[in-house]
Design a binder for this molecule. Structure first.
Ligand code: UFG
Length: 334
């Protein structure tokens, strides 16, 4: 089966392409490399022993997407390609709305033209917004977010829901990710953002590698057991496998379905720092600083629906996540 993977050179996309290839699928990567590196595509080839099909193309460009669809009979699409930095989205809302909405609309139009009716969409736990109680359940109202980035996910979920109403034979699975961390066991693929990382684990990796002086923990006075924020961290390989399960589900179903991908457990920033130190035998310099604007004190997934509908649950431990993240970070280029 030919699976178009937009954003397939990125952090989650590249791990998903590896799992697809290992399972016998034929992924076709479309990525404009605006926030990814071609070396990830090379490394997918090294890990799997086979170079994946790759097109350097931008999903907002209908011509480029049409070209890809005309070269391969695409059976289903996994749509990762998007701008994803929460803080940047606050400063550049138009760019975020334009890019994330346009790419999805263009993709849907081209899919429709070529009769492709199966889509797995990269959504986020951010769609639960600041007011829902945790653990987050899929049936909770997902009608708000805390940043333009998050709002693009809310809006795209709405667009896909409306599209499925108009096209009852279409299937869209909306995967709401919690906090993916960790890296491929080979140490060849991982989260390697350009510039100073915003997210916790790549920041920890750079501190451990001596590229950044110390970690600042954003806030130590939250109403949580140790005062630091709690999140549902899951291994990126577990997340990648969740996409294969969602693909199988989409093959057999019609309509729209939102599904959480998380472990169902919350752990704090301090607990993650301690787990990283223990797993890797490293001391991480850190200070407790002020809170970061927009951070919620705590949230994690109710992971029951993924188990029930996809027969998926996270299998990797926090220690696995920390060990693999460090294996990647100590060899990362930046
Ligand atoms: N943190 C620090 N120091 C850092 C970076 C992060 O203390 O240098 C803390 C944050 O305050 C937060 C936790 O680590 O408590 C996790 O922060 P991340 O930036 O790694 O992740 P977020 O939970 O803020 O964001 C994630 C995804 C977003 C998504 C959001 C809401 O990265 O895409 O969850 O679902 F929108």
């Amino acid at each position: 089966m030919n699976i178009l993977v937009t954003g397939g050179a990125g952090y989650i996309g590249s791990h998903t392409v590896v799992e697809l290839m290992n399972a016998g699928y034929h992924p076709i990567i479309v990525d404009d490399l605006s926030n990814a590196h071609y070396r990830a595509v090379d490394r997918i080839g090294k890990i799997t022993g086979k170079a994946p099909a790759f097109y350097m193309a931008n999903c907002t460009c209908k011509e480029q997407l049409r070209h890809v669809f005309s070269q391969h009979k695409i059976d289903a699409v996994i749509h990762f390609a998007a701008f994803k930095a929460v803080g940047e989205s606050v400063k550049k809302p138009l760019e975020y709305y334009r890019n994330n909405l346009d790419s999805t609309l263009t993709l849907l139009e081209v899919m429709e033209k070529f009769g492709c009716k199966k889509l797995v969409f990269s959504s986020s736990a951010t769609v639960y917004g600041p007011n829902n109680p945790y653990p987050y359940k899929e049936e909770m109202p997902a009608i708000q977010s805390t940043s333009p980035y998050g709002w693009t996910k809310v809006m795209i979920e709405r667009i896909l829901t409306d599209y499925c109403t108009a096209h009852p034979d279409f299937c869209a699975v909306l995967l709401r990710y919690f906090n993916p961390i960790g890296a491929h066991e080979s140490g060849l693929l991982g989260d390697d953002p350009n510039g100073i990382p915003n997210n916790l684990m790549p920041y920890i990796g750079r501190v451990a590698a001596g590229k950044l002086e110390k970690l600042t923990i954003f806030g130590g006075d939250y109403d949580t057991p140790d005062g630091t924020c709690q999140r549902d961290y899951l291994h990126v390989v577990d997340l990648a496998v969740g996409h294969l399960k969602a693909l199988e589900y989409a093959q057999a179903h019609e309509g729209v379905e939102a599904i959480n991908l998380g472990t169902g457990n919350g752990i704090s920033v301090l607990e993650l720092v301690t787990a990283f130190e223990k797993a890797n035998g490293i001391k991480l310099p850190y200070v407790i600083g002020p809170r970061r604007d927009g951070d919620l004190p705590a949230f994690w997934a109710d992971a029951a629906k993924a188990k029930e509908l996809l027969d998926w649950e996270a299998v990797y431990s926090v220690e696995d996540m920390c060990r693999s993240a460090w294996k990647f970070a100590k060899n990362a280029s930046v």
